[in-house]
Every structure is written in structure tokens, then in C-alpha cells.
Design a protein around this ligand. Structure first.
Ligand code: TMP
Length: 396
């Protein structure tokens, strides 16, 4: 049974940056109520009323996975590992974004699926790219002509697709007999540990645990046989899944992960109700920090126009009153305005100037990369603010 445990209020689409802040543009902005539920049968955590994907994955989709060195390196590493371990003939990626994973493979091995036309256009000249939503109809169309996939890879995408049954049924009919499905998505265990409630936004319809994933794939004659914890996106899990009758043996690692998740009570509603209380406290503490700094006339900006910061700013009502602007390296976010709070976005070259006293880490999952990059800012006394695991000013 689905039980609501968290209400993050009225939210815009977190990746829908506005071209202008004119009255006409603002009047057309889409909002919905972001509520999160826990299913006491499958242990799955999901957004209660998902938004229609056709509103989200358009030809204006802003996120580019290759913007971060961390992600580029992570995808290269897993591509090399999969090549070595499984020697696949056909590799399909669901949600290929700007090609950050597939670029590690020769073009004759790759099938790419990417519904955002602007992104599909980036890879279609080199790789066979299908500019469509993933479903059974598309799977049938692709594999009418191609050999079944030995590897299906999907990072930060399966959690975005409302219809999981259709998604996994379509994968089951696309995999070769001993093929392996590799999924990466943010982990609910990390969310609970870090109090990172900003992992919830319109596109993260699901935030999986391994125990939930095992239950879900079972319904499509698939089984979870291995997994590994990742540090990407503030704590993710990489799942290895195969057909029921495939040769892959269940590993010690996944058994240990199941054990850890049960110890953390990820299969109990109470865990999520307690988390919800901590989220409210986190909001009050963060707003308090911003208010105190503003009372001292400090200049505050935000670093990284992330979906995560969209959830925070709209839930905590942190807007232009507190934040002068947001910096982001992504060219097509610059010159636009953040969803909901309409804070201007500019380049870091322009924005990380001597007048900045504090920068909120909107991209906290890249903290290491950012602190390394912004040594000058820190040296001259600039400070970062974070909300994970607790709202605070980072002192060093
Ligand atoms: P993500 O958390 O969804 O991957 O988005 C990270 C965003 O932060 C992306 O728009 C790029 C931006 N960013 C910066 O502006 N500077 C940086 O140093 C890093 C690592 C990311």
C-alpha cells in the first residue's frame, strides 16, 4: 500500500529554465505538488503523482551529463569494465543524453535511445540514435532488425520513467539470453543518511533501494544478481540485472547490500516518517543561516543551477531576496532564470568575483571537484554553504 510521507510543496519542473522573467513567461510556468510515498509491499519510494514525461523531456532539455569531470570519468570506467568483463557485441543505452557513456564504444556496437530531440541530435551522426521514449513498441521496432543486446546500460534514467512494468518488460524482450542490464540511479539509503531531500524532484519519480529494485524486476522475469555503491550524484547504486534463466550467479556483495538496507530499516514506513521530520528541521535551519547572513549584508550566490537546488529553493522559499544569482558552467543555462524562484543564471567566470562572500553549494554532489576548482575564492575568505547532511557554513 502506498503511504505518503513527505510533502515538498508546490514545485516547478526542476530542469525547465526560463528564457525571460517577463510576466508573460512567468504566467505560463508549470507547477505541481511534490509529494513522496512509500509502498509497504514493494518498499519502493516514489513521487505520488508523477508529471507527464512529455512536459519534461522536450527538445529544450538542459542537463548535459558530460559537464562534470567526475561523471565523464565514472562513465569511462564502467564502459571499460563492461567491455572487459562481458565482451559485448551490442550495447544499448537508454537515456544516452549527450553521449557521455557511448563515446567509449565503437559506433557499430551502439544503439542509443534518447527522447530529448536536442540531445539525440548530438549523437545521431556517429551513433544509431532513436529519438523516442523507451517502451515495448520501441523495443520491438529496434530488435526486429538488430541482434539482442548483450549489455543494456541506463544511468539516471530508469528512475525517471513512471511506468516501471512496461520499462522492464521492454528490457526483458531486448536482452540476449545471458545479457546484462546495468542501471545507475541515486540510492534512497544515501538520501536517508545525508538528509538529501533534494534528490526528490519531478524527474526522480523513483528513488530506489536494492530491496525495492529486486522486487520490481521480478515482475518482468528479471533478477538482480549484483550491485555496487557509487559516490556519484551524492550516493548512487549500480545494479546488475539479468533474465531469470541467465547464467549469472547472485553475488556476496548484493547479499551484503540487502542486509545493510534491512538494518537501516529501508523496508519500514517509520524510517521515512522520521526522515520527513528531519527534512522540516533542515529547512528551518537553512533559512536561518540565509537570514543571518543577509542581516549582515553579505553577498550570497548559488553554485550550480541544479535540479537539486530547485527543490530546495522552492521548498524553503529561498529566492532573489537571499541569492543574487546562480552560476553554472552549462552554456544553455546561462542567461536564463531558475524555475520557480526566477534567480538569474550567469557563468562562473562572471559570477565568482571578489564581491561574493558566500556560495550555496547547489551542486553539493560535486563538492570535491568544486572546492578544488575554487581555491582562490576560499583563499580570499569566500565560504560555501551546504545543507547536507546538516545545513552549515563550510569552514575550510
Ligand atoms: P547535476 O548535479 O544534475 O549533474 O548538475 C550539476 C550542474 O552543476 C550542471 O548544470 C553543471 C553545474 N556545475 C557547475 O556549474 N560547476 C561545476 O564545477 C560542476 C561540477 C557542475
Amino acid at each position: 500500500m502506498n503511504k505518503k510521507f513527505l510533502n515538498l510543496g508546490i514545485q516547478p519542473l526542476a530542469n525547465s529554465f526560463l528564457k525571460s522573467n517577463s510576466k508573460k513567461t512567468l504566467a505560463k510556468e508549470f507547477f505541481y505538488n511534490l509529494e513522496v510515498s512509500f509502498d509497504t509491499d514493494s518498499y519502493l519510494v516514489s513521487v505520488t503523482n508523477p508529471v507527464n514525461p512529455k512536459l519534461q523531456y522536450t527538445d529544450k532539455y538542459a542537463h548535459r551529463a558530460s559537464e562534470s569531470i567526475t561523471m565523464r570519468e565514472s562513465f569511462k570506467k564502467i564502459a571499460d569494465k563492461l567491455k572487459k568483463k562481458y565482451s559485448p557485441n551490442t550495447v544499448m543505452e537508454i537515456g544516452s543524453n549527450d553521449g557521455v557513456f557511448i563515446r567509449n564504444f565503437p559506433k557499430n556496437k551502439i544503439l542509443a535511445v534518447e527522447p530529448c530531440k536536442n540531445l539525440a541530435n548530438l549523437t545521431k551522426y556517429k551513433y544509431k540514435t532513436f529519438p523516442n521514449f523507451w517502451n515495448k513498441r520501441l523495443a520491438n521496432q529496434i530488435f526486429l532488425k538488430s541482434k539482442k543486446a548483450d549489455i543494456i546500460f541506463s544511468a539516471n534514467t530508469i528512475s525517471h520513467i513512471p511506468n516501471l512494468k512496461e520499462t522492464f518488460d521492454a528490457i526483458e524482450l531486448s536482452l540476449s539470453d545471458n545479457g546484462v542490464l546495468v542501471i545507475e540511479d541515486p540510492s534512497i539509503h544515501a538520501v536517508i543518511k545525508n538528509n538529501s531531500y533534494d534528490q526528490f524532484y519531478d524527474e526522480h519519480v523513483y528513488v530506489f533501494s536494492a530491496i525495492a529494485m529486486a522486487n520490481i524486476v521480478k515482475k518482468s522475469n528479471l533478477r538482480l544478481f549484483d550491485a555496487e555503491q557509487l559516490t556519484t550524484h551524492g550516493g548512487s547504486m549500480r545494479y546488475y540485472i539479468c533474465k531469470d534463466l541467465a547464467k549469472h550467479k547472485i553475488t556476496k556483495k548484493i547479499k551484503l547490500i540487502f542486509k545493510k538496507e534491512k538494518k537501516a530499516k529501508l523496508n519500514k514506513l517509520l524510517t521515512y516518517l522520521e526522515f520527513s521530520k528531519r527534512v522540516k528541521k533542515s529547512k528551518h535551519k537553512l533559512v536561518e543561516i540565509f537570514k543571518k547572513l543577509k542581516n549582515k549584508n553579505k553577498n550570497i550566490i548559488s553554485y550550480g543551477a541544479t535540479y537539486k537546488s530547485s527543490t530546495i529553493f522552492n521548498y524553503c522559499k529561498i529566492g532573489k531576496k537571499f541569492i543574487n544569482y546562480v552560476t553554472d558552467t552549462t552554456l544553455n543555462k546561462q542567461g536564463k532564470f531558475t524555475p520557480g524562484q526566477h534567480i538569474p543564471i550567469i557563468s562562473p567566470q562572471e559570477g565568482m568575483n571578489v564581491r561574493v562572500d558566500y556560495a550555496f553549494l547547489g551542486a553539493w554532489n560535486f563538492k570535491k571537484e568544486i572546492l578544488k576548482k575554487e581555491k582562490e575564492f576560499i583563499k580570499r575568505g569566500g565560504k560555501f554553504i551546504t545543507h547536507v547532511p546538516l545545513p552549515k557554513i563550510i569552514s575550510k
